[in-house]
Design a protein around this ligand. Structure first.
Ligand code: HEC
Ligand code: HEC
Length: 388
């Protein structure tokens, strides 16, 4: 690949060769004005094996927002602790504004920026520090026919050298896609955090920022609220079968499971947190108390440092309300040897200690649960230092 990037450096990104496929469309109306010998503007270049040359000039694209999940608000262990400045290529922004959909060839860049100062003359807060990394996601049925939603994910970050790589290979689908698939609002893109995009979606001709309306009413606030309620939200529905012919320490069918949880039998597990602590996940509500119990199978696997936990691994998380009254359980049971992106796990969350029908999710392969848990160690997210 080296020679390709060198060639590109000399010739500029607009060049296409037999080995390169550009993922771009000409900037719509100007095409006819262009001289016949001029190549259309390329926002990215991908080689036949999926390698992406680091896109340039993205800070001149359309800026869509800057989410931040700071360490201070995540028990000091945020999965992504830096600012994320997100940009989209102008042609795809335009297409999204016209049609409300992501075209093939859409590219979003996410520039990582460290948290710098936490105080300014205006008050305490989070202020951007240094540029520390760069990631990208691209939708292309042509390049990624087998990726979920045809989206692929890239990183050019090198935290050791501080020098961005010149090119990057797409991540395996399970490293990035499933989180986006399970929780992003609009076809793998987290538009719920980018009002620039939600206000542009399907806006038609014209420019959303030129309309005078600010502080919109609840009704027109976001596409999420406009969407008609689906009967079952697919994020919380099972996508794989739960085996019924095996028995585990923790039952995986509702009636026996609920009876088991109510019995408190799991409190006999040797490995357990000694007290309630504030949750870092959204179970019941972020920050409410939880307490986690591990069966012997998963405790041994965590001790052994296994990449995948064996069948029969089980974890139970007690959830409490603000006054430490029981408020249900979240449970994970590994029903298969392979994790299969979460389909090999049985997921359960019930939000009442007495009413078994108050279920947030039950079954194998629940996208909403997996979305957060993919950053865990074979899906396990709690602090397991009490076991190690
Ligand atoms: C734990 C869930 C999770 C995982 C895993 C994850 N992401 Fe994201 N990603 C998010 C969230 C949430 C946002 C929006 C808020 C933010 O940027 O923090 C986002 C935003 C992005 C964006 C901006 C465009 C968009 O879709 O909103 C890019 C690019 C991106 N992620 C790349 C990646 C890459 C590359 C990986 C794999 C190395 C990855 N993500 C893994 C949750 C995740
Ligand atoms: C927004 C992110 C997020 C979502 C969605 C999520 N979890 Fe979690 N989960 C966490 C975090 C973070 C922890 C670590 C412990 C804590 O702080 O609560 C955790 C811990 C757990 C635990 C304790 C074992 C472990 O992995 O550490 C169980 C069991 C669990 N979650 C089940 C579920 C189930 C079932 C669902 C779907 C109904 C779900 N989770 C959805 C973030 C999430």
């Amino acid at each position: 690949m080296k020679h390709i990037s060198n060639t590109l450096k000399t010739l500029g990104l607009a060049v296409t060769s037999a080995a390169l496929i550009t993922g771009c469309q000409p900037a719509s109306s100007s095409q006819t004005d262009m001289k016949a010998d001029m190549a259309p503007k390329a926002y990215f270049s991908i080689s036949a094996d999926g390698t992406l040359v680091r896109p340039e000039d993205y800070r001149t694209w359309v800026y869509v927002g800057t989410p931040l999940t700071p360490n201070d608000m995540n028990n000091g262990k945020a999965a992504f602790q830096e600012f994320h400045n997100v940009y989209i290529d102008p042609v795809s922004y335009d297409h999204y504004k016209k049609t409300g959909n992501w075209r093939n060839g859409t590219i979003l860049m996410k520039e990582l920026v460290s948290v710098g100062s936490k105080a300014a003359v205006s008050g305490n807060g989070y202020f951007m520090g240094d540029f520390i990394g760069l990631e990208a996601t691209i939708k292309s049925a042509k390049h990624f026919p087998n990726e979920p939603g045809n989206w692929a994910y890239y990183s050019f970050t090198n935290h050791d050298t501080g020098i961005l790589t010149g090119e990057a290979k797409p991540f395996a689908a399970e490293s990035c896609n499933s989180c986006h698939e399970g929780s992003a609002q609009d076809d793998f893109v987290f538009t719920q955090y980018y009002p620039v995009l939600t206000s542009a979606k399907g806006f038609g001709p014209g420019t959303p920022e030129n309309t005078a309306r600010r502080s919109p009413t609840k009704k027109s606030h976001s596409a999420v609220e406009q969407k008609p309620e689906k009967e079952v939200d697919p994020r919380w529905a099972a996508t794989a079968l739960t085996p019924t012919d095996v028995s585990f320490d923790v039952p995986v069918e509702l009636d026996p499971l609920f009876a088991y949880l109510q019995s408190g039998e799991y409190r006999k597990f040797k490995h357990q947190e000694t007290e309630n602590h504030p949750s870092a996940g959204p179970h019941t509500k972020l920050g409410l108390p939880v307490r986690v119990y591990y069966n012997d199978t998963i405790a041994a696997s965590i001790k052994a440092g296994n990449k995948e936990h064996p069948k029969g691994s089980a974890i139970i998380k007690e959830m409490f309300d603000a006054d430490n009254n029981p408020a249900g359980w979240a449970t994970m049971v590994k029903t298969h040897d392979k994790s299969k992106k979460g389909k090999g796990w049985f997921w359960y969350e019930g939000t009442s200690p007495t009413d078994k029908m108050q279920i947030a999710a039950i079954g194998n392969g629940v996208p909403g649960c997996q979305s957060c848990h993919t950053v865990g160690f074979d899906m396990v997210r709690s602090d397991v230092s009490i076991i190690q």
